[in-house]
Design a protein around this ligand. Sequence first.
Ligand code: GDP
Ligand code: MG
Length: 306
Amino acid sequence: MNYSVNSDADDIHPGDFRCGTVAIIGRPNVGKSTLLNHILGLKLSITSRKAQTTRHRLLGIHTTEDTQFLFVDTPGFQQKHINALNKSLNKTVTQVLTEVDVVLFVIEPMHLGEADRKVLKLLPTKTPVILVVNKADLMGDKGNLLPLIQDFDLEFPFAAIVPVSAKKNLYLDELLSTIRGHLPVQNAIYGEDEITDRNEKFLAAEMIREKVFRFLGDEIPYSVAVEIEKFEQEGNLRRIHAAIIVDKDSQKPMLIGKKGEKLKQISTEARQDMEKLFDCKVWLETWVKVRGGWADDERALKSLGY
Ligand code: GDP
Ligand code: MG
């Protein structure tokens, strides 16, 4: 497959250290979180079959011998349900794009269409944009894809087009070296062991939220938030109290399950993930709270940090 590459990247001098910010955008389910996780080699951001599980701006750091990549994972675009929550998400995305050195616009070739075009319209013209064609492992008849991708190339002056498979770790090195070409020459900003600038409290909430999505399948809508009410460190122990906030009374028993089984499963698995990531013992207590209409209430959103 011949991908055109209109690279206007600077010449790469092997000795130069480069460091810069990279935004990952694209409609839900194209594989943005998977891409970030596999580059970081750690399950940091949330992946799920359900759309829109990454709600926050999340910075993942990947440091190599000559480059430090600072990744910003942005929420997907939701066109179906326009409420206060989604308005605040799209604002975040647009703002992030003007602040970064490179934008990765991720698409999946099997379902290329109108939803992607809507994202295309929001791309910045001053920041270099790399078109990442993910799920290359699923590409059947490659010949059929080429015209579609060429159409996209005509609609926007991409800095490069790179096919990858995030899930199968295919061509990720090629992608990283293409990104590197667009990053400024400067020293590393973070230590080489650091993987995120998010604190443990934030990560703890994200891990609980991931388990809620994982164990509830389609039973629970996207209006679930996690609030960490207590986060204490006692030696090698973290004592965490977390409230899972839902929108309606009827959602509470679904989350708790028969004899509390569901909530127990969510808590146990979230705790195990935390222990791995924080490298310590975790005492986790969770409960479910109903806060009616929270997804539509901008003030409630602010108080939850969105
Ligand atoms: P996001 O909404 O864009 O962050 O998408 P996710 O990273 O959550 O991925 C959505 C779904 O696509 C998940 O089921 C992933 O396992 C799957 N996925 C991601 N990358 C690939 C890939 O390269 N190949 C295949 N076959 N599936 C992928
Ligand atoms: Mg995601």
